[in-house]
Each structure stands twice: as structure tokens, then as C-alpha cells.
Design a binder for this molecule. Sequence first.
Ligand SMILES: Cc1cc2nc3c(=O)[nH]c(=O)nc-3n(C[C@H](O)[C@H](O)[C@H](O)COP(=O)(O)OP(=O)(O)OC[C@H]3O[C@@H](n4cnc5c(N)ncnc54)[C@H](O)[C@@H]3O)c2cc1C
Length: 445
Amino acid sequence: MTRENERSDIVIAGGGFAGLSLAIALRQGLGSATAITVADPTLGKSHAGDERASAIVAAARRLFETLGVWESVADEAQPILDMVVTDSRVDDAVRPVFLTFAGDVEPGEPFAHMIENRFLLDALEKKAREVGIALRGTAVTHFIPPPKRGGSDAERSGGDRASKNGAFSDRFRQSDPPLSGEGSNIAVELADGTRTSTPLLVAADGARSSIRDQAGIAVHGWEYGQSAIVTTVSHERDHEGRAVEHFLPAGPFAILPLKGRRSSIVWTETTREAERIIALPDDDFHAELEQRFKLHLGEITAVGARRAHPLGFFVARSFIAERIALIGDAAHLIHPIAGQGLNMGLRDIAALAEVIVDAARLGLDIGGADVLERYQRWRRFDTMTMGLMTDGLNRLFSNRSAVLRLMRDVGLGLVDRVPNLKQLFIREAAGLVGDVPKLLRGKSL
Ligand SMILES: Cc1cc2nc3c(=O)[nH]c(=O)nc-3n(C[C@H](O)[C@H](O)[C@H](O)COP(=O)(O)OP(=O)(O)OC[C@H]3O[C@@H](n4cnc5c(N)ncnc54)[C@H](O)[C@@H]3O)c2cc1C
């Protein structure tokens, strides 16, 4: 049963990295009088079951610093001090190194840090509570689009016929409300029976976004038939902040340094093989792991849960619909080969927050078509480029062709020998190249 109407200046569906980061950024930029709601059934629940860790590139770390979140997780974050890329078969005794990256993007600023997802998610949720975001531990079930312009009352639903953006517009608008349907709100229904009226609904509800589906936005993409096995290992010797990416024929096997003598493993196999490996008894799993990890850090022990994540690629045909913006995995999903999925989502957040705050300061309708178009122009092309690049990398490396192997090894060797090119790669990987939004440059809105 639907309970009475509430109002919110912005409703965000999804309280993962994307939704919570956006909420905090908007709160900073718009001030405490703006009502921001985040709805997600997992809010308030433990993230201890998330065995993943993420590479947070320098630009993303600057964003978390500006949001006041980084300081509470900094002790858990392991700087990546150098990175080694090898290309070999599983049973090759020697793995020649083709590419090495080392050095900071700025003095004292590593190009990335590794951090376990649960620490960052807990810190984001805590910060969101502290700054007064309304956190609702329930799902968005569906939304009712704004009434059509000139439509009859019978066509209108959601009990929101006032066609005003409520308190938000009163505070920010310096002139008359915009013409046309832009004054009409969207009605968002939550699983607890509440209905919230808002000028802007943000879909941060992940790769299977039901809001994207309900808005009729299709995606371009494909499944890889690969899954990433994720687990954590401890080892005898110190990793010294080194990340290692072994390109094996089935896909990349990444060893990513965590705080202490531990590393996060992201190990790509065909989906069928990944399921077989995950189901192995502990000793057999260990043997498979050791065959790939080798013994360069001494004896290893698998210390975390293991889970396989099926991999795919897509980019939404549109990042916007009427009074709706898609961010994070709801807008795009990429292969974790370059560890950039979340970092791309944070670029969406920084761009959308900047566009909304600019619009609000000009007294514009924050959910209006022009504002959302600006966001889409900023993000969609960049996303497509990064998505296709990671897709190309995966195709180039996840195969057994001797010719392709020769080509990629020559290519990696060349990059390794040209210092300026390498520096550009480091800055690109750190998210500091292109039209970088303010928050990712460490500037407040
Ligand atoms: C193996 C692996 C390794 C990765 N490593 C990296 C890395 O090193 N670096 C990196 O940048 N990225 C990495 N990524 C990608 C990164 O994890 C994702 O891009 C990121 O988690 C996406 O965040 P999100 O908030 O957009 O979506 P999600 O994390 O999927 O969050 C979506 C949220 O929406 C909620 N939700 C769903 N439906 C609804 C609804 N109807 N109403 C309300 N809430 C809803 C869900 O409960 C969830 O909390 C990796 C991914 C994988 C699979």
C-alpha cells in the first residue's frame, strides 16, 4: 500500500560507491537545506561479505579527500608504488617482464591505492549519515514519469499535480520557474510503500539497473564468457607496494597489494573453468592458485572467501531520460582488466555533481533537459572510449594466438622504453588526463 507523499530535492536509487559519493558531493555543493535521499535495501547492513578490493586512482582519491572520506580510510589504503606486467603461459618457468610502471603522478602522490571495498563503503555510509543525507534501507520499486505537458488530470499520476520543484526551486531560483514540463516532478515509489516526489531521480542501482530498464534505455554490449575469481592471500614476504599483472592465455591474473603481507587476487578464467576452480576443495584450490601466483613472495595462504564474478561490457544508449540520470555501473560496465570500473563511475559523479551545482547557482531546474544533456555530453563519449579500450585489451591478451602474443609483447616493450609515453600512460591510468571535473582535481564545488 502506498503511504503519503514525501518530497526530496534529489532521490538517488542505490547506495553503493556511486550513489553515496554523489549524495555527499551534492550535499557539499548545495548546502544542508537541500533534501537528498538515498534508497538501497543494503544500507545499514554490514559490507563484511564483500571480498573485493579496488584500485583507487589518484584522481578518485582526490575526490574522496575533498568529500572528507579519505582521511578515515587512509590507514587501510596501500599505495601502489610500482606495477609489473608479464605475458606468459601458466606453466612457463620464467615470466619475462615486458612493462614496468613506477613513480608518482605528483611528488608524494602515488598513481593509485588499493583498498578493500568494505572499508570504503562503510566510510561513505558513515559520512552520508553525518552530513544529513536521508538514508532509506529499502529499494526503489518504480517511478511515475512527470505528467505530459498539456495532459489531462487523468493522465497525471503520483499525486503530484502541483508541477513545482518545491523547496529546492524556491531556494535556488532567482527568476520565474522554467517553462514547459520542466516544472513537473517524477514520483518515486519505494518498497516500504512510500512515494517521494522529486525533480531528479539518479539511477545508481548497478549493472542490472531496474530504473534504466523502466526508463526504456537499452544498452550496447556483450558477455565475455569469462568470470573473475576474487580472493585474498597472505604471503611470507612483503610485496613492497608492487602490483603484478600476469597476462595468461585465459585472461589476466592480477596480484594487487593490500595493507600488511596480503594481496587481493583478480583471476580471470572462462566462466565454466572459474566455477570449477571455485568449487575445488581448499588444497586443490591452493594448488591452482600457487601455479599462477608462483613463490616470489614465499608461501601463500588463501585467507579470504572466494567468489567468481561474471564479466561483461556495456554502455547505456543514453545516460539520461526525462528527470533521470544514470551513473556508475547503471550507465556502463567494463572488464576489470584495467581496474577502472569504479573510477569511471566516480568521473560520472564528479561531472554530474558539478553540472547540478552550477545549474542550482544559476537558478535553473536541476532535473531539466539542458542540465542533464550537459552531463551526458561530458561523460558518454569518454565512457565509450575507455570501455572500448578495456575491451580491446581483454581481446588482445585473453587468447592463445602466438602472433598476437608477439605483437603485444613488442608493443609493451616499446611503451616500456619511451619514458614520456609511459608517463602519459601513468597520468591516464591515474584519471588525470582530459576534461577532468573539479572534484577529481581535488577542488570543492
Ligand atoms: C572482480 C572485480 C574487480 C573490480 N576491481 C575494480 C578496481 O580495482 N577499480 C575500479 O575502479 N573498479 C573495479 N571494479 C568495478 C567496481 O567494483 C564497480 O564499477 C563499482 O562497484 C560500481 O559501483 P556502483 O555504485 O555503480 O554499483 P554497485 O556497486 O553495483 O551498487 C549498486 C547498489 O544499488 C543497489 N540497488 C540495486 N537495485 C536497487 C533498487 N531497485 N533500489 C535501490 N537500490 C538498488 C544495490 O543494493 C547496490 O548497493 C571491479 C569489478 C569487479 C567485478
